[in-house]
Write a protein that binds this ligand. Structure first.
Ligand SMILES: [Zn+2]
Length: 289
């Protein structure tokens, strides 16, 4: 359901995309009710900037064409409006809460519609002054490079984002069909040279951006999440090579970069657990039956 929702969203009018998501969510709620469960929270994982005091607002999501969107304005049922949260944040939190030996300070970078990243510092999500920390996808890796959806040039996303990798691998026509990530893994596994070159190039660009992050915040780990986790076998060598070359403070162990244990399930799990943990921390939030 999640992947269907993800594709449904990309590049469509916001009202239409949210109506389809609302229908999917209503189906999930009906299934939960049939199991005797009560829904106590609704979270919309968005590949975009969600302010700290969101009030239901998504500031911008360039890959969806969203700018200053109030979710409630477009959600068909006022009783089930979800609270938006950045999907990279949710993925990182899920990794921290569920990985057996989670790092305390790490950067979690994932690729879905674009590239999302989140910083967990000393076990806390670092949101930034306004909530927009972790926009790694728009760090320039080639200052005069390709124009990005954000308006700037040469952003990481244009070299290591899903669309860029598919284009480079000669698989752009598959972007909106089936599961493009599984297709990339299948082609890479079969030794398809253009796919291997595309993933190597993406890994180099990722390594370049992540090396700056390592020098900036000195994390004890880096996690490749979302779709990257499924492509880790082909990305890790070039990301590690770039890190080995560029991280200033040594030693930097290659194993400090690892694939996420949750992959594309991360944001969904993070959304559910955020709600559960909020209620556990303050049970008075739970209305009496
Ligand atoms: Zn950009």
């Amino acid at each position: 359901m999640w992947r269907r929702a993800e594709r449904a969203n990309e590049g469509r009018p916001v009202g239409e995309a949210l109506a389809e998501l609302a229908a999917l969510a209503a189906g999930a709620e009906a299934e939960a009710r049939d199991l005797g469960l009560r829904v106590e929270g609704r979270v919309l994982a968005v590949p975009g900037a969600v302010p700290n005091e969101t009030g239901g607002r998504v500031e911008r999501a360039p890959n969806l064409g969203w700018h200053g969107i109030d979710v409630a304005d477009h959600w068909p049922d006022p009783d089930t409006v979800p609270e938006p949260e950045n999907e990279a944040n949710l993925g990182a939190l899920a990794e921290y809460w569920n990985a057996e030996q989670a790092e305390k300070t790490f950067v979690h970078v994932s690729a879905e519609a674009g590239i999302g990243a989140a910083l967990v510092i000393d076990g806390q999500l670092f949101r930034g002054a306004r909530g927009f920390a972790g926009e790694l996808g728009h760090i320039p890796v080639h200052p005069d490079g390709v124009r990005c959806a954000c308006g700037a040039r040469g952003c990481l996303e244009q070299y290591a984002g899903q669309a860029a990798v598919l284009r480079e691998a000669g698989l752009a026509r598959h972007r909106r069909q089936g599961d493009p990530v599984a297709l990339l893994a299948e082609r890479a596994g079969a030794g398809h040279a253009p796919t291997l070159v595309a993933l190597d190039r993406a890994g180099r660009a990722l390594g370049l951006a992540l090396a700056s992050a390592v020098d900036l915040i000195d994390p004890d780990g880096l996690v490749l999440g979302g779709a990257y986790a499924e492509l880790a076998e082909w990305l890790l060598p070039s990301v590690r090579a770039e890190l080995a070359e560029r991280v200033t403070v040594r030693p930097w162990a290659p194993e400090a970069l690892r694939p996420s244990v949750l992959g594309r399930r991360g944001p969904v799990l993070g959304a559910a657990q955020t709600t559960v943990r909020r209620i556990m921390a303050d049970p008075t939030l739970l209305p009496a039956e």
